[in-house]
Ligand binder design. Structure first.
Ligand code: PMP
Length: 357
């Protein structure tokens, strides 16, 4: 520890290095990556961009990618912001839009980075408990008795629960808070939900964030984007430009554009993961697990008779890595990424052995 560190740094806990272990033959079901590769057209575009042009800086405005995303979602390019993974897009949004005089409201069980960003940027937090069935209750996010949020953020589907809020319910939260930015983090929406991007023209306070890390199988490329009213997007651009930073490198730009343009591959690769998920949920339930309904590329499950941490440790002994959270209310659950059919079969076989069934 350095005496020169600020109070902010002292309050931070480093990311658990064990989450990216370097073992061969690992069944890695812990960080919600896509089990199959990205679009071959994206790979070809990245290869084609690997030439002498790498001596040049990338396009600081990422115009080609913004245009491709705008076309795909029926928006204008000035309604799109892009960054190095959705984590960077979220970081800019916390600074530009979510830091208000009133606190930011978000669920008690949710993406762990939200409280970290609040700490970094000095943003007041109001943690809103999920319902007993781990769903987000719309009423809890509407102004109550003179209290209203400075801004709201939640993932849809939520992480790590996988539970989906219907588009109608998302709209009720957005419409019910016309004075607050509502950021919907749709990292997993392509695996079974309706995106709120279709609502951004109607609501100037709605910002929707997407990633290429999950449904587009490009976690290694680090691409994410936000869609919203041009005014919200301009706020994000101002923060980015104050760092004089480039949103994406040349390879990421080339790969991301080609991925967006390969719609058929995208649809098919989401369909495959959804089909495997449904089979996995059925098999887990047959083993006695309680599995929350999932609209994501992971499932959240607990066994009524077995301890969550113990199950995760037993799986790890068998080189199967799943995610376990030592957090209130969810410490009996495992979050399991939907892998290939083969990986899921290995998982089920290991669980059968561990449970003695
Ligand atoms: N939001 C949620 C809800 C996530 O689970 C993740 C991935 N851990 C992210 C955002 C960030 O993803 P990326 O930075 O890879 O786009």
């Amino acid at each position: 520890m350095s005496r020169f560190w600020s109070a902010v740094v002292h309050g931070l806990t480093p990311y658990v290095p064990g989450e990216q272990p370097k073992l061969d033959k690992l069944v890695k079901l812990n960080t919600n990556e896509h089990p199959y590769g990205p679009s071959p057209r994206a790979l070809a575009a990245i290869r084609a961009a690997t030439d002498d042009s790498l001596r040049l800086y990338p396009d600081p405005n990422a115009d080609a990618l913004k245009a491709a995303l705008a076309r795909r979602h029926g928006l204008q390019p000035q309604q799109i912001f892009v960054g190095n993974g959705s984590d960077e897009v979220l970081a800019h949004a916390f600074m530009a839009l979510l830091k208000q005089d009133r606190p930011l409201w978000f669920p008690d069980i949710t993406y762990s980075f939200y409280p970290v960003y609040c700490g970094l940027y000095g943003i007041g937090q109001r943690v809103v408990p999920l319902a007993d069935d781990f769903s987000i209750r719309v009423e809890d996010y509407l102004p109550q008795g003179g209290e209203r949020p400075g801004a709201i953020i939640f993932p849809n589907p939520n992480a790590p629960t996988g539970r989906l809020l219907s588009l109608t319910d998302v709209e009720r939260i957005v419409a019910g808070n016309p004075y607050a930015v509502v950021l919907v983090d749709e990292a997993y929406i392509d695996f079974g939900g309706d995106s709120a991007i279709t609502l951004v023209d109607k609501y100037p306070n709605l910002l929707v964030v997407h990633t290429f890390s999950k449904s587009r199988s490009l976690a290694g490329l680090r691409v994410g984007f936000a869609a919203g009213h041009a005014e919200l997007i301009e706020g994000l651009e101002r923060v980015k430009n104050s760092f004089n930073s480039y949103p994406l490198d040349r390879l990421a730009l080339a790969g991301a554009v080609a991925s967006v343009e390969d719609e058929a591959f995208f649809q098919e690769s989401c369909r495959k993961v959804i089909a495997t998920r449904e089979t996995l949920v059925g098999r887990m339930r047959a083993l006695g697990f309680e599995v929350l309904p999932s609209a994501a590329n992971f499932i959240f499950a607990r066994h009524p008779q077995r301890d969550g941490a113990e199950l995760a440790a037993e799986l790890r002994k068998r080189a199967i890595i799943v995610r376990h959270f030592k957090a209130p209310r969810i410490d009996q659950f495992l979050r399991i990424t939907v892998g290939t059919d083969e990986q899921c079969a290995i998982l089920i076989e290991a669980l059968r052995e561990i449970l003695g069934r």
